[in-house]
Design a protein around this ligand. Sequence first.
Ligand code: IMP
Ligand code: MG
Length: 184
Amino acid sequence: MDALDMGEDLAKVLISEDEIATRLDEMAAEIDRTYAGEEVLLIGVLNGAVMVMADLSRRLHTPVTMDWMAVSSYGSGTRSSGVVRILKDLSTDVHGKHLLIVEDIIDSGLTLSWLVKNLSSREPASLKIATLLRKPEAAQTDLQVDFCGFDIPNEFVIGYGLDFAGRYRNVPFVGTLAPHVYGG
Ligand code: IMP
Ligand code: MG
């Protein structure tokens, strides 16, 4: 899917496919330097992190294994509540392993804070966070993000794994939607 397919649904391209690729190169190099050949278990948060996981992991020289978690935040509306339910847990025992959570976006940071607490209780050797995108509010929380692709404005974005009502995940760039898409 590309900008043409989106037609008038696309307001603007915020981060292009090329910009994402360049930044992922840099992030992968940083991650390789950090782990220096130690094996890492990449934990992708479904569904949004699928694209980042695929593209970031293929750039790494560090030996990795991969696992996935699906979580859902309780509560109505568009705001994250911080009360989280596990829809799909890991298939791996993480005890004593180096864990790197791979996220698409951190907004309030509430979901990820919960996930960090949950995974820490399983006694991994270490736990770090990589995210492609981060919004300003998240930057103000005490959540320590180890590898961050882009700090973006406080706007709703779609593409590169991120959806609106389940759609636009397969858009190769990160963009914003025209108001009529929300308005119906
Ligand atoms: P948080 O708990 O507020 O950090 O919410 C994190 C989750 O909300 C992300 O993993 C996304 O699934 C979703 N989310 C937050 N902001 C956006 C956005 O701009 N577009 C699409 N999904 C978003
Ligand atoms: Mg996510």
